[in-house]
Design a protein around this ligand. Structure first.
Ligand code: MN
Length: 242
């Protein structure tokens, strides 16, 4: 039996000044995603920015799609003006990753969204984002907590009737918090399944179609306590393929 193949939406980045070709862009993903996927028995593959027709072919080669963390989504994709606190965006990558989401949905591929990936699911479904956590009504929690990169920064409360609860078997979970944006209005069929004590949405699930779950934290940067999330995603991808 062949391995479960998980496609990751790539991002562009400028090569560092130390590179032999500092003016060139690179397609990348972070190693943490790859190692967690491999650890859970999947074969990860980085998907390039290609025209939609070609992207559809690539999606069909995959059993599931991981939408990773990254820069802020351009606010025009949720019909808002850019706020001064919004970080830089790459509209080309945004457009491509939205296409990747729609194609994965069309072909009923399970999707795991992480941080920006969770936000992208919400935006693709017609929802909006807080362009910075300081624009939320409650501000008790410091969400971009880079001091605790791979460890618990705040707790979240998980809804009992959610897929997430089925995975973690707990209503309370300690998570890291490396985001400065968060979900504002929910997109179509987006169910908020975990919140922080400041009522910030920390996870969503789609109530229709194939398995689709988005988490606001970075499980790939945390320890083995997060492996169950990747295991569950890969199980769904395996099932969807058989
Ligand atoms: Mn958070």
């Amino acid at each position: 039996m062949r391995n479960v193949v998980i496609g990751l939406g790539g991002m562009y980045d400028k090569a560092p000044p130390s590179s032999a070709f500092p003016t060139l862009r690179r397609l990348f993903t972070n190693e943490g995603y790859l190692s967690k996927l491999q650890n859970s028995g999947a074969l990860p593959i980085l998907l390039p920015v290609v025209p939609e027709e070609d992207l559809e072919q690539l999606v069909l080669l995959c059993d599931g799609i991981l939408l990773a963390g990254g820069p802020d989504i351009d606010p025009s994709f949720y019909n808002e003006e850019r706020h001064v606190l919004c970080g830089p965006s790459d509209r080309e990558v945004d457009r491509y990753q939205l296409q990747l989401f729609y194609l994965a949905r069309k072909h009923r591929k399970p999707i795991l969204g992480i941080c920006r990936g969770a936000q992208l699911i919400n935006v693709a479904q017609g929802g909006t984002l807080h362009q910075d956590y300081r624009l939320q009504s409650e501000k008790a929690v410091l969400h971009p907590d880079y001091e605790n990169w791979g460890s618990e920064s705040h707790t979240i409360t998980i809804a009992c009737d959610s897929k997430l609860f089925g995975i973690f078997q707990n209503q309370t979970l300690g998570v890291n918090s490396l985001h400065h944006q968060s979900i504002a209005t929910l997109g179509k069929d987006c169910i908020p399944t975990a919140v922080c004590c400041d009522s910030s949405i920390e996870a969503i699930e789609l109530s229709s179609g194939a398995w689709c779950l988005g988490v606001q934290w970075h499980p790939e940067a945390m320890g083995s306590g997060m492996d169950c999330l990747f295991d569950a995603f890969i199980d769904e991808a395996r099932k969807a393929n058989t």
